[in-house]
Write a new protein. Structure first.
Length: 204
């Protein structure tokens, strides 16, 4: 299937965000979780920079994507949050800046008074090798409560043995009240399923 993808903007604040009302999928995850690699694998182009120098403050990088005959949508790459320990509240700051300040009426609060505002869905990316990290659990709690359509994706699944996969699945089932979709940007595993999920999430 033909995929068109283009970088739109590195938004420093809400006023830089597109206002064309396209549906959005916002990607959230720890730094190094494999967000850029997954974006590139999904659109089969190197539009997102992998392992870009951290520290540059921004609100979001926005890409416009269109697959086959489906309507175009925006992939919104939010800044990565901290590593396994510390940085409590960092995700919340990143997520609040986007879901509450920049896109305040997304999801269930979208009223008739704001028809031009996009529907916003969120994908939480977790590293398949580190299931159940406290800050990922916290991130999911926050997203699940704040965003109508949210789902979890486990990256780098190619790095796990069969036994490790089973163990990770068990842990994920125990800590998340939602299914976790395993994917690999390297082997392409799970990308068809992820596209299906994205199609569902961007449909109004
Ligand atoms: P980001 O900081 O979340 O954007 O993460 P990157 O996409 O830059 O990936 C971080 C590191 O993980 C890089 O060295 C990638 O090559 C590696 N990586 C990302 N996705 C995968 C994957 O699916 N499989 C494997 N084996 N490595 C991956």
């Amino acid at each position: 299937m033909r995929i068109e993808a283009a970088f739109v903007i590195s938004a420093a604040s809400a006023k830089d965000l597109p206002r064309d009302g396209l549906a959005e999928i916002a990607l959230v995850g720890r730094s190094n979780v494999g967000k850029s690699s997954l974006i590139n694998a999904l659109v089969r182009q190197r539009i997102a920079r992998t392992s870009a120098a951290p520290g540059k403050t921004r609100l979001a990088n926005v890409y416009r994507v269109r697959r086959g005959t489906s309507p175009a949508f925006h992939l919104v790459d939010l800044p990565g949050y901290g590593y396994a320990r510390g940085d409590r509240g960092e995700l919340e700051a990143i997520a609040r800046a986007y879901f509450e300040v920049a896109r305040p009426f997304q999801g269930r609060d979208r009223g008739a008074e704001s028809p031009a505002l996009p529907s916003v869905a969120a994908l939480l990316l977790v590293d398949a090798r580190h299931p159940g990290l406290p800050n990922d659990i916290e991130a999911w709690r926050w997203l699940h409560a704040a965003v109508d359509r949210a789902a979890i994706v486990a990256t780098k699944i190619d790095k796990l043995s069969r036994a490790e996969r089973q163990r990770a699945t068990k842990t994920n089932d125990a800590v998340f009240d939602a299914p976790v979709l395993p994917v690999s940007a390297v082997t392409g595993e799970g990308l068809d399923e992820l596209w299906k999920l994205i199609d569902q999430m961007t449909r109004r």
